[in-house]
Design a protein around this ligand. Structure first.
Ligand code: IPE
Ligand code: IPE
Ligand code: MG
Length: 247
C-alpha cells in the first residue's frame, strides 16, 4: 500500500461512526434487543472519551436513522426512552470533560420531552471545545440534502449562486469539516443513508465488531488503517508524482 503523504495528518480531525450491531450483540446473549442498545450507550461514552484523548476534534455518530421508524413500535419507544436516560446519566460527566454536544436530524417527529432533553444537552455544553460530539438522530443523508436545499430556497439563494460551499453552509454539519474517517461496526458493508454529502472523500473502515463491544483496541485499529491510507481527492498517487518529476 502507498505511504501516507506527509501532508495528510495521521490523526483524523473528524471521525464518523455507524454504531451498528446492538441487536445481534444482545441476541447472542439471549437478551432482548433493548439490552444491546443500553450497552451501546456505554460504548458511545467510552468512545467519546477515547477520541478526545487521541486528539480527534469531531465525532459524529449515527444513533437513529430516518428509516429506523420501520422497527416495531416497542423498539422505537424503548430507544426514545433510552435517550432520556442516557442524557440524565451521562450529560454532566460529558459536559465536565469538555464535550460539546449537538444533535443533527429532524426534530419535528420526536416528542417534546426528547426535544427538551436535546436542547438541554446542547445548551449546557455550548461553551465546550475539547471535542464536538454530534449525535445523528432521526437523521438521513437524503433528508439532510433536502432540508439544506429548502433552507437555501427560503433564504432566496438564486440558482446561479448555489454552489457546493453555499449548499454545505445549510447542511446539518456545516460547523464541522468533512469526516476524514468513516467507521461502521456490525459487519454490514453499506452506508445506510448516513452522511451522503459529507462522506464524499472519507476513508471507510468496516469492522465485524458489534457496537457494544467497540473499545479502544477497535478504535486504534481503525485509526491505524486510516494512517496508512493515501488520500488523493482525485489527484494522481504520490508515487506517480515522484516518477513524473523524475525523482
Ligand atoms: C444499531 O444497532 C442501533 C440502531 C439502529 C438504533 P441495530 O439495532 O441495528 O443492531 P442489529 O444491526 O440489528 O444487530
Ligand atoms: C444504521 O443501522 C442506522 C444506525 C446505526 C442508527 P441499521 O441497522 O438501521 O441499517 P440497515 O438497516 O442494516 O441498513
Ligand atoms: Mg443494524
Amino acid at each position: 500500500m502507498a505511504e501516507r503523504p506527509a501532508s495528510a495528518p495521521a490523526v483524523p480531525r473528524h471521525v464518523a461512526i455507524v454504531m451498528d450491531g446492538n441487536g445481534r450483540w444482545a441476541k447472542k446473549r439471549h437478551m432482548p434487543r433493548f439490552f444491546g442498545h443500553k450497552q451501546g450507550v456505554d460504548a458511545l461514552v467510552r468512545t467519546v472519551h477515547a477520541c478526545a484523548d487521541r486528539g480527534i476534534e469531531y465525532l459524529t455518530v449515527f444513533a437513529f436513522s430516518s428509516e429506523n421508524w420501520k422497527r416495531p413500535s416497542e423498539e422505537v419507544s424503548s430507544l426514545m426512552g433510552l435517550v432520556l436516560v442516557a442524557v440524565s446519566k451521562y450529560l454532566a460527566k460529558l459536559a465536565g470533560d469538555g464535550v460539546r454536544v449537538r444533535i443533527v436530524g429532524d426534530r419535528a417527529q420526536v416528542s417534546d420531552k426528547l426535544r427538551q432533553a436535546w436542547q438541554h444537552a446542547e445548551d449546557s455544553t455550548r461553551h465546550n471545545t475539547k471535542i464536538h460530539l454530534s449525535v445523528a438522530f432521526n437523521y438521513g443523508g437524503r433528508w439532510d440534502i433536502v432540508q439544506a436545499c429548502r433552507q437555501a430556497m427560503v433564504a432566496g439563494v438564486k440558482p446561479e449562486d448555489l454552489d457546493e460551499a453555499t449548499l454545505n453552509s445549510y447542511m446539518a454539519l456545516s460547523y464541522a469539516p468533512d469526516p476524514d474517517l468513516f467507521i461502521r461496526t456490525g459487519g454490514e458493508v453499506r452506508i445506510s443513508n448516513f452522511l451522503l454529502w459529507q462522506a464524499a472523500y472519507s476513508e471507510l473502515v468496516f469492522t465485524e465488531c458489534l457496537w457494544p463491544e467497540f473499545g479502544t483496541e477497535e478504535l486504534d485499529s481503525a485509526l491505524a488503517q486510516y494512517a496508512r491510507r493515501e488520500r488523493r481527492f482525485g489527484a494522481v498517487p504520490a508515487a506517480a508524482e515522484l516518477v513524473a518529476s523524475g525523482s
